[in-house]
Structure formats: C-alpha cells, structure tokens
Design a protein around this ligand. Structure first.
Ligand SMILES: Nc1nc2c(c(=O)[nH]1)N[C@H]1C(S)=C(S)[C@@H](COP(=O)(O)OP(=O)(O)OC[C@H]3O[C@@H](n4cnc5c(=O)[nH]c(N)nc54)[C@H](O)[C@@H]3O)O[C@H]1N2
Ligand SMILES: Nc1nc2c(c(=O)[nH]1)N[C@H]1C(S)=C(S)[C@@H](COP(=O)(O)OP(=O)(O)OC[C@H]3O[C@@H](n4cnc5c(=O)[nH]c(N)nc54)[C@H](O)[C@@H]3O)O[C@H]1N2
Ligand code: SF4
Ligand SMILES: [Mo]
Length: 674
C-alpha cells in the first residue's frame, strides 16, 4: 500500500462522489469527478473513514454468537446447506443481495445462486428502491439506465421537475447541478430541496399519479404538446390522449390538493423550456402504483418532447451506491447479467456458455424481495437464507413480520461489516471487507462505471465477499475466482450483447477516462453518455406511451387510522443506519427517530414538541418523539426509517409490475403517551 491518497469513491449513495483515501484512512474529496465537481462531499462522506478504523467492525465469524474460524464457519454453512438442499430441493435455499455491492459481487452472487445452489430464489434490496422507475423506463424506452444523460446536463437545463426526491438531504452535492434551472419540486413536505425550488407542489402522499395525469391533461388542453416529436419519435399517444379526457384539473386538485394555477404554472414552464428534465425519486415511486406513476411522468415528458434530446429528458434518481449496476448483473429474481431476462432462451444460452453450464440447468425466475422474505421458513418457502449487503429487519416493509419469518428459518447466514440488527439474528455471521479495503466497480446514477481501488489494509480476520463465495463454492466442487479483475472480465463477457453491455470497459479505461458510460460493447467504443439521442431501445426505436389510470393508496385513511404516514431520509443517516448510526458525528447529528407533524395537528392532539407519541398502523405500533413543523401537510406525518421499528408500521402492498412495496403511504393513528 502506498502513502499517496488512492483515488476512489464514497461508500454510500449513488452519486458516488469522488474521494481519495490514504493508507491511514484519511479522506479528501476529488475534484475530477463530475458528480461532485468542485470537490463537495456530504457529512456522511467526510466521516466514512470512522467505520474503517473504529471498533464497530466485526472481525471474526460468529457461529450461534460464538467466535469461530473462517474454515469452521464455512464448513458449517456448506454442511447445513447440503442437508437443507437434500431435504427441500435447490429452492430450499434463498439468497438476498444489495445495491451497495460492487458489480463484481452482484454478478458473482447471481452466478453462485444459479450455478452452485441451483436456486431460483434470489432477489435484492433494489426491489425496495428504484424498481418502479426501472420497470417504467424499460416499458417506455426499452431500457432502464436511470439517468440516460450525464449529470452535468442538469445545470444547462432551463427547467427541472423533481417529483418525490429530497436531494438536498439525500445527495447534497447534487444540488450544485440544480443552480442553473428553474426547479419545480413535488413533495408533501416543504423539504430543504423544496425550499430551493422556484415552485413547490405539495400533494397528498400517494397522489402523484393523478397529478401527472392532470399536468398532461393541461398540456394537451393548452396546446403545449410537441406534436412533431410525438409523431417522429413515439408510439401510442392517441390512446393516452383519449384516456386523459377524464383527468380535468379541478378533479385532480380535489384528489391531490394542488391548486390548478400551480399545476398550470408547472406545465407551462416545462413546456416552454428549451431544455427540460423530469426526474423522479422514491417519493413518487415507492407505492403500489409506482410503475404507473413513473409512466405518467414519462408520458408527460414525452408529450413535451424531452427524452432523447440533448440536454433534456427523463431520469430516475438511483439511490444506492451501486443501485444502477446492482440491478443489471443478475442478483434480481428475473434476471441474468447484462440486464438480460432469465426467461429469454437466447439470454440463457449466452450466459450458460460463459458459465460453462447447460441452459436447461439454469433455474427460472424466483420470488421478488418482499415475497421472498414473506415466504421464508414457511412450508412452501426457502428454509435457508444467505444475506449480503442488506438489513431487512430495519428496512423491509412490515418489518415485525419479516423478523418473524427470519426466525422461522433453519439457517440464516449474514455477511456484513458490522453486527446489524439482521446479523444479530443470524446462525452464522461472516465479517467482510468494505469499499476502501477492496477493489471493485460501481455504476453511478448516471450509468457511469467507476472504479474503487483498495486503499486501506483490512482489519485482521475479515475477508471479502468474493472470497466468502469462493470458499462456499469450493465446498460444492465449483472453482470461483475471488480476484475482482478476473470476475469483472467474466462479467464483461457475460454482459456482452445485452442491454447493459460492459464488454469494452476495463479497469484501466475507467481510471484513464474517469468512468465509462454503458453500453460500451468494445474496447474502441467511446461509451454512451446519452443512449437515446437517435433512437430508443425499443424494437421500432420509438418511445412508448402507455395509458395509465390513477387509483387511491392501498390503505386510505379512515376513522381508526386518520392520518397518512410517509417515510424517508435525513441527511446524517444512511438507509437502515447499520453503518451511520455507528459513526459518532452522525449519531450526534441525527440521534433518534422522530415523528414530524404539523402544528395544527399537534394542537388538536395536544402534542408538544419533544413529547413521546404512540404511532400505530394495522401492522404494528411504537413510541417516538414528536417534532412539530409547518413544512408538512396537516393530514400527514413523516418518519425517517433509519432505525428499527418504523417499518413495523409500513404497508407491504406491492406494485403489480415492479413488486415495489408501498413504503411511502399508509394509514396511522397518532396519540400522546400519557
Ligand atoms: N442521507 C441519506 N441519503 C441517501 C440515502 C439515505 O438513506 N440517507 N439513501 C440513498 C438511497 S438508497 C435512495 S433510494 C435515495 C432516496 O432519495 P430520495 O428519493 O430523495 O429520498 P426519500 O427521503 O426516501 O424521499 C424523498 C421525498 O419523497 C417525499 N414523499 C413522501 N411521500 C411522497 C409522495 O407520495 N409523493 C411525492 N411526490 N413525494 C413523497 C418525502 O417527503 C421525501 O422528502 O437516497 C440515497 N441517499
Ligand atoms: N419505510 C421505508 N423503508 C425503506 C425505504 C423508505 O424510503 N422508507 N427505502 C428503501 C430503500 S430505497 C432501500 S435502498 C432499502 C435499503 O435498506 P437496506 O437494504 O437495509 O440497506 P443498508 O442499510 O444499506 O444495508 C446494507 C447492509 O450491508 C452492509 N454492507 C455494507 N457494505 C457491504 C459489503 O460490501 N458487503 C456486505 N456483505 N455487506 C455490506 C451494511 O453494513 C448494512 O448492514 O431500504 C428500503 N426501506
Ligand atoms: S452525497 Fe452520497 S456519495 Fe456523495 S459524499 Fe454524500 S453519501 Fe457519499
Ligand atoms: Mo434506495
């Protein structure tokens, strides 16, 4: 290891801010990476090294809570897996991955499940993240590359509409790209991001679909549709035009609470923009109708002629560090590497050849994330789970039930860097290396493939996820590489010819070019920053309009549960908090969960700031501290989900296409605890 800072990227979100790290784990921002140009990092990035050097790390495998050697732990797991497979068949064993894992790990995990275990039962936490946007983009454009343009295009835009994203807290350096355009924010809360906006639309949670229909209705009524673009580059608009007749603005105002003049202001601004961008975040997407909601926003963008034009477009804000790459290379239930479908015979044949197996031996599609967790330990479901890079006891919907299902397993194996809430329940825990201690690629929210090089020596006793998979594979008679570069080279071959084609990307190129955009089919191909400029990835090259209809939240408010609960993030905590709650400065900045409520509502319920309140839903309840703020609608309360307990309340109702749970709206009751 050298003493010079090694160029790398942040361990956390999909912005993948460039940072350099010394062997002593000192972090400095890089200025040569566009996502955080100027060298910005958020507080999480600045403090990330504490988990490399601090005492919170796991440093030995645990078997039923007792320290054991790696060999003992691997032997035990391999033995139990063999028994469970013998008794229940290959689908008796399940695998759960994460969007924070490198491309190499995500790829290897998918291969391990299909080739070594022969199980169809693999999915990952990205299902809880951007799966609705991914499904809608695939449906409309034939391809899902979250933001199909470089992030630097945003600064050149005239207008950006951001539906359900709070980037000022979730990706602070992102805000620098929004200084140029007029910003329109759609959020039930006046967030730090909404405060920066030129226009803030504040709908009832779960009504974005109606809002997007209303905006398009207005665009049509006011003659703002780009008819030339629609004729030349899209299909299906007539059916959408007809379906929109019923979504007149006053009706939409009644459903959403957004005044008609504001809707008109928004749509006029977007239509008159020379360059306009529509973005969606989790606020619009994490609903049982998330796919249709994103589709409605894409329809709006298409009608205004934005996607596939330089400087304009639609994009989703991918969330996790490798949320984009993690959804491309096969840890998803219905997928093979290269964003191939596992039920496509040609895809099976290609990938089977790379893996040296026969296509008939590859399993078919398995259960989606929540359905998989919900089936664990049941007579029809898997009896063992191998979990990498997720903490579902905190982050899954209806988490109390998910914890019960995990307890019903015959074998729970967790690989993690710390003893997360889920790891604490495991039969076997493997302590693994993390970002700065290992090498691997990440694909950021722009679709730019980046390289993190090892900078720091890992603590004694930990091994990489790739080594762990190698050790298990070996016990089943398979030779797996634990060298990230070798695994990446195999991934390149497996992805070749697929939608997410990485064949031409190498570690050296990534370093030289500061990242390479996929698709990049050959070494002499420059990569593809804007894939839709000439044609969309559909068979006829046209983007598809899809007619969609609004419907209410799965659980509407009533007398017993009279308030909407929505959930999301605060700046200083990341996801399930497993990492960030263990970092002193972050724990101090955001020490505990809370319930945010409007002063009028607080007055009515006789709740004061700092009071302990009970929040209950049909699935669970808990006690939290009240925060009072006029930035939220009076019919809605907000809770960050970074602590165990909040998700005991949320509704696991799933989107029919993406299988995304309804994290962003359920009905609750709030009472002061005497
Ligand atoms: N600090 C921090 N940053 C993160 C993360 C983190 O955990 N912490 N996680 C990363 C990941 S994985 C992700 S996915 C991204 C998420 O990034 P965002 O999508 O920005 O994050 P959220 O806070 O989940 O949701 C955004 C907003 O949606 C609003 N919202 C709630 N319900 C609705 C609704 O029905 N409609 C609309 N329009 N808005 C609604 C919330 O009030 C919230 O302000 O952040 C990434 N960055
Ligand atoms: N109510 C509500 N719930 C939500 C959301 C919401 O908005 N509201 N958002 C959802 C979203 S968008 C997401 S993405 C999920 C995220 O929720 P989780 O899936 O729980 O994600 P993390 O907390 O990032 O979990 C990552 C775990 O992996 C560990 N880890 C880190 N790096 C590595 C590695 O390299 N290898 C291994 N083996 N482990 C590693 C970390 O220590 C941590 O324990 O939460 C979802 N849950
Ligand atoms: S914005 Fe995201 S990538 Fe950048 S420093 Fe913060 S957590 Fe890391
Ligand atoms: Mo996410």
């Amino acid at each position: 290891m050298t003493d010079l800072p090694v160029p790398s990227h942040c361990p956390y979100c999909a912005l993948q801010c460039g940072m350099a790290i010394t062997a002593e784990a000192v972090i400095s921002p890089r200025t040569d990476i566009p996502a955080n140009a100027g060298g910005a990092l958020c507080q999480k990035g600045w403090t990330a090294a504490e988990l490399l050097t601090g005492g919170a790390r796991l440093t030995t495998p645990l078997l039923h809570g007792r320290p054991v050697s790696w060999e003992t732990a691997l032997d035990h797991v391999a033995g139990r897996l063999s028994e469970i497979r013998a008794e229940h068949g290959p689908d008796g064993v399940a695998v759960f991955g994460g969007g924070g894992l490198t491309n190499e790990k995500a790829y290897q995990l998918g291969k391990f499940a299909r080739v070594v275990l022969g199980t169809s039962q693999i999915d990952y936490n990205g299902r809880f993240c951007m799966s609705s946007a991914a499904a809608a983009s695939s449906r409309a454009f034939g391809m899902d590359r979250g933001m199909p343009f470089p992030i630097t295009d945003l600064a050149e835009a005239d207008v950006v509409l951001l539906a359900g994203g709070n980037v000022a807290e979730t990706m602070p350096p992102f805000v620098r790209h929004l200084n140029g355009p007029r910003l329109i924010v759609v959020d039930p809360r006046r967030t730090a991001t909404a405060k920066l906006a030129w226009l803030h639309l504040q709908p009832t949670p779960g009504t974005d679909l109606a809002l997007a229909l209303g905006l398009l209705h207005l665009a049509i009524a006011d003659g703002l549709v780009d008819e030339e673009y629609v004729a030349a580059r899209t299909s299906g608009f007539d059916a959408v035009r007809t379906s929109l007749a019923a979504w007149w603005p006053e009706r939409v105002e009644r459903i959403t609470g957004v005044p008609v003049p504001r809707m008109r202001q928004a749509v006029r601004a977007l239509a008159s923009a020379g360059r306009g961008v529509v973005l969606t975040g989790r606020g619009a997407e994490q609903h049982a109708k998330g796919t249709d909601t994103v589709t409605a926003f894409i329809n709006l963008a298409l009608a205004l002629g934005l996607p596939g034009r330089e400087g304009s477009g639609y994009g989703c804000l991918t969330g996790q560090g490798n949320g984009q790459g993690g959804r491309e290379h096969g840890q998803k239930a219905d997928q093979l590497p290269g964003y191939r479908r596992i039920d496509d015979p040609a895809a099976r044949e290609h990938v089977a050849r790379v893996w040296g197996v026969s296509p008939e031996d590859l399993p078919g599609p398995g259960r989606s994330a929540y359905e998989l967790l919900d089936a664990l330990g049941t007579p029809e479901g898997p009896r063992a789970l191998l979990l990498f890079g997720s903490n579902p006891v905190v982050s899954a919907p209806r988490s109390g039930h998910v914890a019960d299902r995990l307890r019903g397993l015959d074998l729970l194996v967790v690989a993690d860097v710390v003893l997360s809430e889920t790891a604490a329940m495991a039969d076997v825990v493997f302590p693994v290396t993390q970002w700065a201690e290992e090498t691997g690629t990440m694909t950021n929210l722009e679709g730019r493939v980046l390289l993190r090089r090892q900078a720091v020596r890992p603590p004694d006793g930990v091994r990489g996820d790739l080594e762990l998979l190698q050790g298990l594979a070996k016990r089943f008679g398979h030779a797996f590489s634990a060298d990230p570069r070798e695994v990446f080279d195999e991934l390149r071959r497996a992805s070749a010819g697929g939608l997410a084609d990485y064949a031409g990307i190498t570690y050296d190129r990534i370093e030289r070019e500061k990242g390479v955009f996929w698709p990049c089919p050959s070494p002499d191909h420059p990569g593809t920053p804007r894939p839709f400029l000439d044609r969309f990835a559909t068979p006829d090259g046209r983007a598809r309009f899809v007619a969609v209809e609004h419907r209410p939240a799965v659980e509407e408010i009533d007398e017993d549960y009279p308030l909407y609960l929505t959930t999301g993030r605060v700046l200083a905590q990341y996801q399930s908090g497993a990492q960030t709650r263990r970092i002193a400065a972050l724990a101090e900045a955001a020490p505990e969960p809370f319930v945010e409520l409007h002063p009028d509502l607080a007055g009515e319920l006789e709740i004061g700031a700092g009071d302990l309140v009970r929040v209950s839903s049909r699935r669970g309840e808990g006690r939290w501290v009240a925060r009072i703020s006029d930035a939220i609608r009076r019919d809605t309360v907000f809770m960050p989900f970074h602590w165990e307990g909040v998700n005991r309340l949320t509704n696991p109702a799933l989107d029919p296409v993406s299988r995304m749970p309804e994290f962003k709206v359920c009905a609750v009751r709030v009472e002061r605890v005497a």
